[in-house]
Design a protein around this ligand. Sequence first.
Ligand code: NOJ
Ligand code: CA
Length: 558
Amino acid sequence: MTTTALDTALALPSAPGAEWWRSAVIYQIYPRSFADANGDGIGDLPGVTAHLDDLQRLGVDAVWLSPFMTSPQKDAGYDVTDYCDVDPIFGTLADFDDLLAGAHERGIRVIVDLVPNHSSDQHVWFQEALAAAPGSAARARYLFRDGKGEHGELPPNNWDSVFGGPAWTRVTEADGRPGQWYLHLFDASQPDFDWTNTEVRAEFRRVLRFWLDRGVDGFRVDVAHGLMKKAGLPDYVPDIDGGSMGGDASDVPYWGQPEVHDVYREWHRVLAEYDGDRALCAEAWLPSVAQTALWVRPDEMNQAFNFAYLETKWDAAALRAVIDESLTDYAAVGAPSTWVLSNHDVVRHASRLALTADNPQGTGLGPNSPGKPIPEVGLRRARAATAMMLALPGSAYLYQGEELGLPEVIDIPDAARQDPTWFRTNGERYGRDGCRVPIPWVAGAPAYGFNDSGASWLPQPPEWARLARDSQAADAASTLSMYTTLLAERRARDLGEGTLEWIQTPADVLAFRNGSLTVLANLGADPVPAPNGRVIAASGALVDGRVPTDTTVWVETD
Ligand code: NOJ
Ligand code: CA
């Protein structure tokens, strides 16, 4: 690997309190759906490298790459067999090094996804555990238990998998008899590690160092609330409607156990051994902002996804409350708030914000879903929501394709669906395929420029031609142009490092100042006057100087 001047610059530590992750806009790349360089229908790392210029033009500070490590892809890479290698469908370690160097040359940081709660069932450790006897050291790396009932024929407890069905699967022992059960909070192909096991702890310190040595700027930590389970694994009736990843209920014996914080203190110390400001971001679905803030205390992680914000309805009072709560609760532990509206697990916000029936995030949308969104309403609200989010102090996460205004794809044929949720609930929950469809780059090209061959692991809808990046780049009113303007203005004004000051408004309207910027979002039905000053960005056209419904405007006031 060669070290560039920018590599060196990026490696310099910032003054405490001025670390890059406090205010960064971080763009999530879901590699299998971003860009496909070899035409096999699945996006890959060379595809990402080929589009780094587009990301630089968009104006993001960092990218987060969803898992590209070796995996049988039972849960799109969140089922890892080798934590320190690249799956051949995504490329090679050399491809990763090229991507990282290319990003750093452009001043873009790179964080990678770490999946510590579980491995793939094809992981060498799990295969060893299956071959070994109950009570062995190999089994102790995972959560094997004897079943209940006369012959151990009942699962050890009543926990359900987040993806539906039981969280336990029974194995066949070496002598051919039905044997112990192992825990998997997700798919049966994703056995949970036992994080009280010292070998597991040491292995993940090694994995962190492997990627830190290669030069990554940090990690997004998958299921960061789930690593520790309550001692004795007591029964619990889970609330499967409690948020996408099931973490919104309280007192769950497998989420948010206090012992998990020691793991992150340990990792904090590992990251501190390295140059520059390396960051840990928690994917922790918890019942409150205050609880999530515990993951980002000064000696633990740096950021946590603000799912409370993501889950807030398009309602002025509710949004103001969650913004206030977030700024207060994270400030109390010295951490920035993050903001996020979409990711690869939830219905895209260009659809979600216009749902007219209750539809828990995790069930996805499909042909038979109630309350399907009107696309125009969804896009209008999504643009307004993003324009508000990008003016907030803290760090913001974007999900690939939202800069194109992509909606959730609802009409995916049943036979094409791939999310384990769909299979584990016998089609009752559609799952997350609708937000994972390969994104459109070029209107008239095969697979809209996702690749040259036209292949696509999930079908792309015909109406995406008009959403392709190339058509939007040429249109000043497009969603892509809006994102580009907002990101440039956000950077120029250091909004991420700013302070929010609310302005008194009628109900249904939100307005605040951040530095010299005044932001007004009209969530009500009637137009309202724009703040005085020069309009520098707007999510939709103003009408006679008034801000229409579902529109956000940025005004320069000083
Ligand atoms: C959260 C990830 O974002 C999701 O995609 C995955 O299915 C689960 N964790 C299990 O790893
Ligand atoms: Ca490919």
